[in-house]
Design a protein around this ligand. Structure first.
Ligand code: FES
Length: 564
């Protein structure tokens, strides 16, 4: 009988003689101690992103053992291959610059190496979208396994977790409310276990949305990194890879469709997830030839209540969410507005998933009911207007409500350097009603669209107790940050977007109600300024960064590369 899998003989190295290629590959594989029996099994590759520069992935050696148990005990051979790892706080200028590089490495290494299915192991912010984008571009069955969120730590009898609390304490340190000694204590207790940030930041958001899309087993997104459940999930993931998806050759293209992404968007708004998710979902959808319409986002956001009370917007942490009922409870509340026929990699539809779910144990401190939501409308909206003709993002759930309808004078920072040079200048002319503008921090700059959209409150105002101001940029914001912050302004400043011609003192008007962001300057004057505009040349003349600058698409297209 013909083998259903190709295993080690898949995609042979080209020596001009097929049988010789097989012989040589087997011979070299045997140098690693494999027997013929093992080499005749189907192969599950494990795309492994452990790194000394990625604290979030430090439980991967244990997870790997459990994945292997699941694979081996179901008749397949696990083979681990290393992948670059994007540790959020260890990369310069920003991890976002390398997401597409990682996605290319994932795609090419899955295609080039002999594997019948692949487990994608990763979790820190950009790793999930990079793994998804890469694997969506292949025809190899894949399943995602995440590290799970960190547990919280304690500082002076207060529960703390990276990184929403980092920002709060850092603001206190900046305004001299916290001493150097105390901020060091905070530093020692913010991130104390393995796993991803324990708030509803980008990593947690992307893990949850990936489960909604169906690329990982049910209830596998939120179990804490240090819980034994995490290892049981790994064993189960190994089994799924070795059996269901491998034997039936099920790839994300088989079960993910436009409706799956609409479900993911609805859940994004209900959990008040990270703004970064909009960029990543757009890029992931693009790899499956699905377009996410920015205008549709507002419709879904307006229809979807905020149900989850976690930091950075609320009070709880991921461990609370998991114990409160987790994703099942959220899906249950949203069930009347979800596309319930959407299936996951195991062929289980949302309808089947929820059939026997009982919400009587849902903890309402962290997961609110649809009848009594935290907010009647979703946490994120897309703004359009003369300052952002192709869109900008506002996380209204994280904003100060009185600033949502606001008109103020612009205070312009022309670059990240200009911002860091002047923001704490005691002579800076600024009032709390002003609108801080940062330009040249978008995707097509050499800064790579950093999470700099959370512009610090100028020190002289912070000292007076000012906690929030309207801030606008073409940058991103960490999923763990908060404030009245408008991001991803498109077209960006360095692509001749209107941000490039705003001057200090110009009036700007934000209306969340109308979903608009406008530069209150006459069309004639705007035209005049554009005529005089001279853009800075990009710095990179070689290597990956040159490719990046030549190929990057705007935020509205997920910041993917134009050739992928
Ligand atoms: Fe890895 Fe936050 S730094 S998830």
């Amino acid at each position: 009988m013909k083998k259903k899998h190709l295993g080690i003989d898949k995609g042979l190295t080209n020596y001009g003689d097929k049988e010789f290629s097989k012989f040589l590959r087997r011979s070299f594989a045997k140098s690693m101690g494999y027997t013929n029996k093992s080499l005749n099994k189907p192969i599950v590759g494990i795309c492994y992103t452990e790194s000394g520069f990625n604290n979030c992935h430090r439980n991967f050696p244990k997870i790997l053992e459990s994945l292997k148990i699941g694979i081996l005990s179901n008749g397949a051979l696990p083979i681990v291959f290393p992948m670059i790892s994007l540790g959020e706080t260890f990369l310069n200028p920003t991890s976002m610059m390398y997401r597409n590089l990682m996605s290319m490495c994932v795609e090419e290494m899955i295609n080039a190496q002999p594997m019948d299915a692949v487990i994608l192991l990763g979790g820190c912010d950009k790793n999930i979208p990079a793994l998804m984008m890469g694997s969506f571009s292949t025809d190899v069955p894949s399943v995602l396994m995440v590290p799970g969120p960190m547990m919280t730590g304690m500082y002076n009898n207060e529960r703390v977790g990276a990184c929403t609390d980092c920002r709060r304490y850092w603001s206190q340190f900046r305004s001299n409310e916290l001493s150097k000694k105390e901020i060091e204590k905070v530093e020692n207790n913010l991130a104390t276990t393995s796993g991803t940030c324990p708030v509803m930041g980008t990593a947690s958001t992307m893990a949850i949305l990936s489960e909604v899309l169906g690329v990982m087993p049910i209830n596998s997104a939120t179990a804490p990194a240090v819980h034994a459940d995490r290892l049981r999930i790994a064993e189960n993931t190994g089994e799924i890879a070795a059996t269901k998806i491998l034997q039936k050759k099920i790839t994300p293209k088989n079960y993910i469709n436009k409706k799956s992404f609409e479900n993911a968007l609805r859940v994004l708004f209900a959990i008040s997830g990270s703004t970064n998710a909009l960029i990543h979902l757009t890029a992931m959808a693009r790899r499956l030839n699905i377009k996410i319409d920015l205008k549709k986002i507002n419709k879904i956001s307006n229809e979807t209540p905020v149900l989850v009370n976690l930091k950075p917007v609320g009070t709880g942490y991921m461990e609370d969410f998991h114990n409160a009922g987790g994703l099942d409870s959220v899906l249950y509340e949203l069930k009347n507005s979800l596309n319930l026929e959407c299936k996951n990699l195991e062929g289980i539809s949302l309808k089947e998933r929820l059939k026997n779910f009982d919400n009587k144990h849902t903890n309402r401190s962290y997961i609110f009911s649809k009848a009594k939501p935290i907010n009647k409308q979703g946490g994120i909206v897309v703004l359009f207007g003369s300052l952002a003709p192709e869109g900008a993002i506002l996380k209204r759930a994280a904003a100060t409500s009185k600033l949502l309808e606001h008109e103020g004078k612009a205070l312009v920072f022309t670059s990240l350097k200009d911002l860091s040079n002047r923001i704490d200048d005691p002579n800076l002319k600024v009032s709390e009603k002003d609108i801080l503008i940062l330009r040249n921090a978008g995707p097509s700059t050499d800064s790579g669209m950093p999470e700099a959209g959370y512009l610090p409150i100028p020190k002289k105002l912070a000292k007076k107790g000012v906690k929030d101001m309207v801030r606008i940029s073409d940058a991103r914001m960490s999923g763990t940050a908060f404030g009245t912050i408008i991001l991803h302004v498109t077209p960006e400043g360095s692509k001749k977007g209107p941000l490039s011609i705003v001057k200090t003192g110009d009036k700007i008007k934000l209306s969340e109600k109308n979903k608009t962001i406008d530069l209150m300057v006459s069309k004639k004057e705007i035209q005049k300024r554009f005529q005089k505009l001279k853009l800075k040349k990009n710095q990179f003349s070689r290597g990956y960064k040159k490719l990046y600058l030549e190929s990057i698409l705007p935020a509205s297209e997920g910041c993917d590369f134009n050739f992928l």
